[in-house]
Design a binder for this molecule. Structure first.
Ligand SMILES: NC(=O)c1ccc[n+]([C@@H]2O[C@H](COP(=O)([O-])OP(=O)(O)OC[C@H]3O[C@@H](n4cnc5c(N)ncnc54)[C@H](O)[C@@H]3O)[C@@H](O)[C@H]2O)c1
Length: 460
């Protein structure tokens, strides 16, 4: 982010700063929200139930790998603009607005687990009972359409003993940040959505976001919830579309890269999220697709599109294995290197990472898997404790009969002859199309990018 922009953010217009704010949940969304408002000149208290997380934040460190966020967090903690605590009481009492940013993880049924939101609402509601003045509660956690009105609102009213719009305000302000660029996305969002029950609470959120230059959409609570799902399911659709096209290109003997790149020049299509790969993972897209599908089912609508997205995404890791086997024979009994275990490069988050289905399929086919990630290995070991782990990309490649790149870490782009020459069979399947094919081939390895046509003669 350029210097002038940062300066602009730390000197917000008069009247929009110096509020006390409370953020419930010190995760990606909670800390990005807290840092954003801290940079805008507000005093923020972050509440989390996990004591070590609170200590980490108070020492100016991020509990997860997100370097720009950590840098800003450290500055704000030092200036006394941001602190963390396990006790919500003081924080809620003093705050003009309370942002609920707790997790809503997926359940096996496809629904989301709403219990953390319920607990947070109960805790905030109880504290609102004795708090003075009009405070606005803001839902930032992703919840299916109708949740804020049918669950958050009654819980807050029950535990506070106050009526919404009279004793407190209620907003739904979905978050669109991407991990790996959390701070940039918070300070320079494509849009800000403010769903509110009443004008007064929506106006407060408008005032808080006033220094941020972005389209601001004011709407009702349920529409705000749906905007988040409409956005994320569209991104999942775009990725799955790219994967479908790439799978066909592979069989037609052509490379999907120029095909999709050319398609992306059309402003109606656009280039982003139009790259083939092993499918979408992370804490949002898979969960949001399933949760909306399930919410629609409960309303009597069976979404064929969302069902198809899930199916395409699940089969995509298998495409990389198929490419490897088409080129180098069955993986049974072979040593296969998997580079990248996080759900994408640049983060240590392994929630819904495609590395799990990828490695599970390789193991089911009888391969021996050796894996490496620059940051996510400790998190991944909890998901798959029994596979072999390497301590560097170079070590991972040593003696391998092939490699699949699962996450687009920058450092994998620097691999060259020195590392490839130690492989038993120097062949790389680039599951994210993030390496330079010419550079890989010049360094003596065979390059296969997902969606990179099967050699003509062998076509089906
Ligand atoms: N991670 C993302 O990229 C992202 C982006 C947009 C939206 N979202 C949505 O935002 C929400 C939060 O996601 P996240 O990734 O920040 O979650 P997270 O798991 O990283 O963090 C949630 C935090 O809330 C804390 N918490 C849980 N219950 C609490 C309570 N009662 N009181 C205080 N703290 C509590 C947890 O200990 C944890 O630290 C989810 O609904 C998610 O779908 C996430």
């Amino acid at each position: 982010m350029s210097g002038w922009r940062i300066k602009r953010f730390i000197r917000p217009p008069a009247g929009s700063r110096d509020m006390k704010l409370c953020v419930i949940g010190a995760g990606y969304v909670g800390l990005a929200t807290a840092v954003m408002f801290g940079k805008l000149g507000h005093e923020v208290t972050v509440v989390d139930v996990v004591e070590p997380r609170v200590r980490t934040v108070n020492s100016g460190k991020s509990p997860f790998y997100e370097p720009p966020l950590e840098k800003e967090l450290a500055k704000l903690v030092k200036r006394g603009m941001l602190k963390a605590t396990t006790s919500a009481s003081g924080a809620v009492k003093d705050a003009a607005a309370i942002f609920i940013c707790v997790q809503t993880p997926p359940l096996p049924s496809g629904k989301i687990d709403i219990r953390p939101v319920k607990t947070a609402c109960r805790d905030v509601g109880k504290l609102l009972r004795t708090a003075d003045g009009y405070k606005v509660v803001v839902m930032k956690s992703t919840v299916v359409p109708g949740t804020t009105e049918s669950m958050v609102l009654p819980l807050l009213e029950k535990y506070s003993g106050k009526k919404a719009c009279e004793g407190f305000g209620l907003c739904m302000n979905p978050e669109f940040l991407q991990e790996g660029s959390a701070i940039k996305d918070s300070l320079e969002p494509a849009r800000i959505v403010i769903g509110s029950m009443d004008k007064r609470s929506g106006d407060l959120l408008m005032k808080l976001h006033a220094p941020i230059k972005a389209a601001k959409i004011r709407t009702d609570l349920t529409s705000a919830e749906m905007i988040k799902y409409a956005s994320n399911t569209f991104l999942a659709t775009k990725i799955s579309y790219a994967n479908e096209m790439a799978n066909m290109c592979y069989l037609f003997g052509i490379d999907s890269e120029p095909v999709l790149r050319a398609a992306g020049f059309d402003p109606r299509i656009g280039p982003l999220f139009l790259k083939p790969g092993l499918g979408y993972g992370g804490s949002c897209l898979p969960k949001d697709v399933n949760a909306l599908k399930e919410r629609a089912r409960r309303a009597g609508y069976r979404s064929r599109l969302l069902t198809a997205l899930d199916a395409i995404n699940e089969s995509q890791p298998g495409e990389a294995i198929r490419m490897l086997e088409d080129a180098a024979g069955p993986v049974r009994g072979k040593r296969i290197a998997v580079l990248g275990l996080a759900f994408k490069g640049g983060v240590d988050d392994t929630r819904e990472t495609r590395a799990v289905p990828l490695i599970s399929s390789l193991l089911a086919k009888g391969a021996h898997v050796v894996a490496f990630d620059p940051m996510a290995t400790p998190n991944f070991i909890r998901l798959m404790p029994t596979i072999e782990y390497a301590s560097s990309a170079a070590e991972c490649l040593k003696g391998a009969d092939g490699c699949i790149v699962q996450a687009d870490w920058k450092e994998f782009r620097d691999l060259g002859r020195k590392e490839f020459s130690t492989m038993r069979v120097a062949i790389l399947v680039d599951g994210r199309r993030s390496l330079d094919p010419a550079k890989v081939e010049a360094a003596g390895a065979r390059y296969l990018g997902v969606g990179y046509g099967l050699a003509r003669g062998k076509g089906r």
